[in-house]
Write a protein that binds this ligand. Sequence first.
Ligand code: ZN
Length: 419
Amino acid sequence: MHPRVKPALRRGWRDLTTVQFGVTRAHAVVLGPMDPATAGLLDLVDGTRGPAMLRAEGERLGLPGHHVDQLLSRLAEAGLLDDATGGGEPAAALRKHTEVLDRLRPDLASLSLVDREPTGGIRKLTARRGVRVQVRGAGRVGATIAAVLSGAGVGRVDVLDGGRVEPADVAPGGLPAEAVGERRDDSARRLVRRCAPERPPRRPRPFRSASRSELPGCDTELGRKAGLDGRAGSTQVPYEDPGLSLVVLAPRDGLAAYAPDPRLVAPFMDSGTPHLYAGVLEGTGVVGPLVLPGASACAGCLDLGRAERDMAWPRMLAQWRSGRSRPVQACDLGLAGTVAGLAAAHALAFLDGGLPASAGARWEVPLPELDWRPEPVEPHPDCPCGAARRGNPLDVWEEPADEREDTSKEVEPHETMAL
Ligand SMILES: [Zn+2]
């Protein structure tokens, strides 16, 4: 192990003996009291020395060996320590590809804040390389989501859409103007390849059935509690590809994201494939819900709940769905970009093993105020997905209270390190 104080957090002294790591409320930690010799040692915990060398350095500064060990364990407890050489074989392989790692360093630094373990960041980053995501829809929103996921290190991003690229599909970060007239799926595939920090293999890897517990995003305690492990099984999966960790549904027609048709996602519900909706409908951006089949509200729950609150909803929906498709979608380019960015961030948070706020809620952002609002989406007792029968289903996905407390505390010098 080569300990390193997480470089992602700015360091500053609140007073002569109290050091604060980080700026923002969500991730800042305050440690103290700290004497000058310990503070000097802190500068040497930069990933270039192992514990033995740090102990030797500590002695030179007049600090006994156990004091150095105590400092390291306290830093680790506070989630402030990285291991510059840990993370196993995949991490070692990634570190050799410096041009790839250089592209992903900001993502790695960010992951090191989300995961408090010394090798958590690099492990999550390398896990992304084994993930497979499908994005359905290659318009302004969908293509940009695919590009962001690919650029963030997701190993395989498949984009499905029909037809040919139209001028209105072009977006910065999405399909380029040169793609107009090309097949949408071909064009999106090239976009994904161009954005990837490393060249993925041209040919798909040989088919391998992954059990749900092997899939990132479902390999956590939370995933097991939610019953996602084993749902997909290893052989008898009805959907054609059990290796999908997530499907992002970002249809070019925003109505299909705002009022999704439950019949279209029946295969994902059957196979237990998590899926996330995103789109822009008539000047309103939507991200969510993230559906964890059987554990959180799905498109069917959404539909039943809406019909309960508005008797005319099914009749209206039938008219909207059967009507002639809109020749022009009201889809502000800035709004499409922010929806794509937030949807991709929610997707990554889930793939990295977290539970983003789109599970059980839809985030809506209407023009022109552009204030994100959560719209809770409750499991419906009549929905065959069964999420309502799990009691309070999202409880099992929530982080333990003590961890939540750690990441949301005020920046106050209440973390003390007795040295
Ligand atoms: Zn449901």
